[in-house]
Design a protein around this ligand. Sequence first.
Ligand SMILES: Cc1cc2nc3c(=O)[nH]c(=O)nc-3n(C[C@H](O)[C@H](O)[C@H](O)COP(=O)(O)O)c2cc1C
Length: 143
Amino acid sequence: MRTLLAYYSFSGTTKKLCEQLKAECDIEEIKELTKRSKLRAIIGCAAAISVKGSAISSIASDVKRYEKIVLACPIWAGHLAPAGVAFLHKAELAGKDVSVIAVSSSGADCTEAVKKAFAASGANMAAVYSVKNTDKPDFAWVR
Ligand SMILES: Cc1cc2nc3c(=O)[nH]c(=O)nc-3n(C[C@H](O)[C@H](O)[C@H](O)COP(=O)(O)O)c2cc1C
């Protein structure tokens, strides 16, 4: 059974990290409907702190097919970026185990912030891997 690795990346580091895991899983990029400027990324911090999702495109993958789902998402202002929150709420994840790879420049533990993003999503938070954006990907994350 393949794993679905869905990721959002604003400046490319999460994308690069996920692409190194593509032999291990099916990968889908989460895209925001409106392209973000750097200024809108900074403004997006307020939404991140409020655990508010942004407008994203439909999820192309048939999420129901996957037993294991991993969301990789950058950390903004100590919280999941809004596109990651939107994925948790928009993809039909009720009852599914979802692990999160939270990518940041500090690598600080983001478990508590990620927990907030799961509330009301119906998904079960299986594991949170808080990683520094220079870390090498670990295949255990998607196994
Ligand atoms: C708007 C914004 C807010 C950020 N806030 C944090 C933060 O609170 N803590 C941290 O360690 N890194 C923070 N970062 C750094 C990113 O989490 C880090 O560069 C990450 O690798 C970006 O992933 P991406 O290149 O896939 O977008 C922030 C970056 C941006 C653009």
